[in-house]
Design a protein around this ligand. Sequence first.
Ligand SMILES: Cc1ncc(COP(=O)(O)O)c(C=O)c1O
Length: 491
Amino acid sequence: MVVSETKAGDDEKSSYVDSTFASRYVRTCLPRFHMPEKSIPKEAAYQIISDELMLDGNPRLNLASFVTTWMEPECDKLIMDSINKNYVDMDEYPNRCVNMIARLFNATVGDHEAGVGVGTVGSSEAIMLAGLAFKRKWQQKRKAQGKPFDKPNIVTGANVQVCWEKFARYFEVELKEVKLSEGYYVMDPEKAVEMVDENTICVAAILGSTLTGEFEDVKRLNELLMEKNKETGWDIPIHVDAASGGFIAPFIYPDIEWDFRLPLVKSINVSGHKYGLVYAGIGWVVWRSKDDLPEDLVFHINYLGADQPTFTLNFSKGSSQIIAQYYQLIRLGYEGYKCIMENCRDNMKILRDGLEKTGKFNVVSKDIGVPLVAFSLKDSTKYTVFDISENLRKFGWIVPAYTMPPNAEHIAVLRVVIREDFSRSLADRLLNDLLKVMAQLDAHPVAVSTNTAHVTLDSNGKAKKDEIEIQQEVTKHWKRLVDRKKTCGTC
Ligand SMILES: Cc1ncc(COP(=O)(O)O)c(C=O)c1O
């Protein structure tokens, strides 16, 4: 039993020892808008917060997220051991990780040479830094040529993660998006190269689209852009957003050329907290060489005892995730990462096969890519993927449903991300629960479907919806879910 003891004289009720649950602290509501006047016992504070945390979804059943939810107890211990260490006070570990990752991505660094890169909070910060480096390099070149340098743009697919939109807006770069089409949910390299111009600071390709897991064809992009650069005299580089794929492709698809083997690839980001297998809070960006990172973006500080170059948006931050990344790299090695990624791929195939066997879904994700299954309903007349998503919550599963970006907005999918801790038995359980949900929805579409108001009947009395109606429902439903803060995003 948790016991709380408060100082005598506080008030009548708190002047004796009682259980946390009988104390006055749990009888009053938590303040939400201002700091309380008085202190409370540590046990009560702990209990109140931990009770509220019980209401969060179970991270292991959150199949929306790529972010790691399980690590070995030895690593958990290291994380706790280093929880009070500031990243800026660490000399070695970040560099060791950068060196290993740069080599994993085939950077041409000599045996004892250091890779060029930095640890970040995640891929978003990594992308901001990489984007800034491209913008600055482009501006320097334009200034030197006496040309205008106020209208930089970046070319990406419409499937980019929101961090690219943030980069564009925060750092005033126009985002030129290649539209998608039904059945083609990644950036078409031909169309991307048609969109570049003299103000393009880089083309960003994704190794593992957030929406479908598919790898974009960086090799083809590199070829086409080389031709374009030759033709025009431009010098447009490529950034690869390998947030998820950066820790997958080197291990199970080593022959796919997407990294520094391609001459125009100047920088790559990867999320340590996705398939790098570390808890949330760590990403990396590496540059091909020192020349690709403008020196005037790097600050040098000396007041911590030595010359320390820094190129991050933040200064202080926790160091435990970096230590955890180092642990994973040396603990697992190439062999361990390969084994885990193969396992994820096998589990993805089991789930995909099970879904296909139902005959009710079109699987839109590909076998080669991030191990996830994105699938749409063949028939959305009785219920939509949003209904399935919502009903799966009753079983504890968090499976997001979303619409594709322009011009494929009329396609709505569910997505299950397969992480290391998603075992075969969980895949079976999910399939079973999905079948139960669909059986309920088939049997009682009016009772359980949230969209029945839109069902119309055709001449045979059958439910019928046209594409626009379905799209309207999907959007309406999506908004409702967001309003209720029930979605967990596609991160
Ligand atoms: C392709 C891609 N890029 C960038 C990000 C942002 O990554 P982070 O959450 O590490 O900031 C994500 C997140 O899912 C992603 O899928």
